[in-house]
Every structure is written in structure tokens, then in C-alpha cells.
Write a protein that binds this ligand. Structure first.
Ligand code: NDP
Length: 246
């Protein structure tokens, strides 16, 4: 699987799953565009990729701002002349039980996890439509399928990503662009490191494979969905959770 001469934007790739996805595409020859709000972390991620022989660049900005998505996309196009792959990965949690959940915490999660996907997809799809090719992968979550106590905002945002993926897949299919979602289970990152040991052990009990997922488990699926081998797959949600939701 090679992505030589391809350009991939990965939102929220300054750490965690996004960083792993960016590194995996760079390893397979893609020019990777790292994004996130922290310039320091973006720079660090790019340096690490370059030290491993990959090609990467970064553009910092908040996914909730449509104008910023437009600016970043324009800069990438100006410098690299193409965008072949978009991975919408930036996401946050602000958990609380419904009756304790503030309106701000609901809005923040929807704005970053769902509207952020809309912002980048809208501007990058325009570039892909002109090129009559491209692959968009949206990182949802199993919580968007099953729901979860204390995560009404997060579940709504991630279920929204699945519906968004299916609609946009239908709109773009005839132009050679695939749009798919990945629904990870519990993956070892900063987000899951915040869980207590008790919560982690309760989760492990529910995973038939008896381990949390690794960032690489998600990155490998992104490589496949963005590859030529997957060019007849669109509008799908690939669950990667060690069997947790079987
Ligand atoms: P992390 O918290 O480790 O990383 C989140 C990334 O998103 C960072 O690079 C962060 O960069 C970026 N980000 C957050 N807010 C914004 C914003 N407003 N604008 C731009 N970038 C932003 O999260 P994970 O790696 O764990 O999660 C990545 C994705 O995978 C998320 O969508 C998450 O919901 C999903 N997921 C994760 C699971 C897990 O178990 N970890 C399970 C299922 C789904 P910066 O701080 O620099 O802005």
C-alpha cells in the first residue's frame, strides 16, 4: 500500500489517534498535513515524522471555525497543489450526566466533534470534486452507536458524524470520492488515560479481546479505507473495538 505523491490532511493530529494516523500515512509515502490548536505540539509531531524519514507540514487552527478550515485548505492547496485524503479526527469529551450537563459543555462537544467535521469536509470536498477523486474518513466512536451514561453530548456528536458520513457519501459517490466513518472502541490515548483504574478494568471486562485498542489499530484501518483497494467502499462505519459491541 503506497501513498507516494498523495497529500493527506489529518485534523487533530498533534497527539493521540490523529498523530498515529499522520505517522502511518507518512510512513507509506504521503505528504501529511498535521493540524490542531497547539503550535508547539504540531511542530513536535512534524519533527518526529520527519526524523523517521516522512514528509509533513503543519497548519494550526480551530476546527470549529469554518473560515480557518477554508484558510488551512487554501494554504495546503497553494503549497502542495492537491488534497487526496482528509481524516476528520479532532474531537473532545466533556462528560456529565444529562441533568448536570451545562449548555456550554453540550455545545462545545457538538461544535468540535460534529461541526468541525462539516467545516473541513465542505471545503476539502470542493477540491476533491474538481479532481474527481479523494477519500474522506471521519472518526466517530462506538459511543455514537451504543450511547453511554454521562456522554449524551459526545454520543450525539458521534452519531451525527455517522449520519453526516452517509449523506455526504451519497452526494459525492458519483464523482469518485469515498466517505467512510471509523467507530473506535476504547483506544489508549490521553482521552482514555483520564479514566480511573476501576473504570478501565470495568471496560476490559466488556472487551472480548481483553485489551484496549492501540492507536495503530485505527491508523491501519484508515490506510485501508484511503487505499485503491477500498475504492468501492463508501458510506460505511467500520467498528474497531476488540469485539466490545458484538
Ligand atoms: P486526544 O485528546 O488525544 O487528541 C485530540 C486531538 O484533537 C488533539 O490533536 C487536539 O489538538 C485536537 N483538537 C481538539 N479540539 C480541537 C479543535 N477545536 N480544533 C482543532 N483540533 C482540536 O484524543 P484521541 O486521540 O483520543 O481522539 C481522537 C478522535 O478519536 C476523537 O474524535 C475521539 O472522539 C475519537 N475517539 C477516541 C477514542 C479513544 O478511546 N481515545 C474512542 C473513540 C473515538 P490540540 O489540543 O492541539 O487542539
Amino acid at each position: 500500500m503506497t501513498f507516494q505523491d498523495k497529500v493527506a490532511i489529518v485534523t487533530g493530529s498533534t497527539r493521540g489517534i490523529g498523530k498515529g494516523i499522520a505517522a502511518a500515512f507518512a510512513k507509506q509515502g504521503a505528504t501529511v498535513i498535521v493540524t490542531g490548536r497547539s503550535e508547539e505540539s504540531a511542530q513536535k509531531t512534524v519533527s518526529e515524522i520527519q526524523q523517521n524519514g516522512g514528509t509533513a507540514d503543519y497548519f494550526v487552527g480551530d476546527v470549529t471555525n469554518g473560515e480557518i478550515a477554508q484558510e488551512i485548505t487554501a494554504k495546503v492547496l497553494d503549497k502542495y497543489n492537491r488534497i487526496d485524503i482528509l481524516i476528520n479526527n479532532a474531537g473532545i469529551t466533556k462528560d456529565n450526566l444529562l441533568l448536570r450537563m451545562s449548555e456550554d459543555d453540550f455545545d462545545d462537544v457538538i461544535r468540535i466533534n460534529l461541526k468541525g467535521v462539516f467545516n473541513f469536509t465542505k471545503v476539502v470536498a470542493k477540491v476533491m470534486l474538481k479532481a474527481k477523486q479523494g477519500s474522506i474518513i471521519n472518526i466517530s466512536s462506538v459511543i455514537g452507536i451504543t450511547g453511554n451514561v454521562g456522554q449524551a453530548n459526545y454520543a450525539a456528536s458521534k452519531a451525527g458524524v455517522i449520519g453526516f458520513t452517509k449523506s455526504v457519501a451519497k452526494e459525492l459517490a458519483s464523482r469518485g470520492i469515498t466517505v467512510n466513518a471509523i467507530a473506535p472502541g476504547y483506544i489508549q490515548t490521553d482521552m482514555t488515560a483520564e479514566m480511573t483504574d476501576k473504570a478501565q478494568s470495568e471496560i476490559l471486562d466488556k472487551i472480548p479481546m481483553n485489551r484496549l485498542g492501540a492507536v495503530d489499530d485505527i491508523a491501519k484501518a484508515c490506510l485501508f479505507l484511503a487505499s485503491e483497494e477500498a475504492n468501492y467502499i463508501t458510506g460505511q462505519t467500520l467498528v474497531i473495538d476488540g469485539g466490545m459491541t458484538i
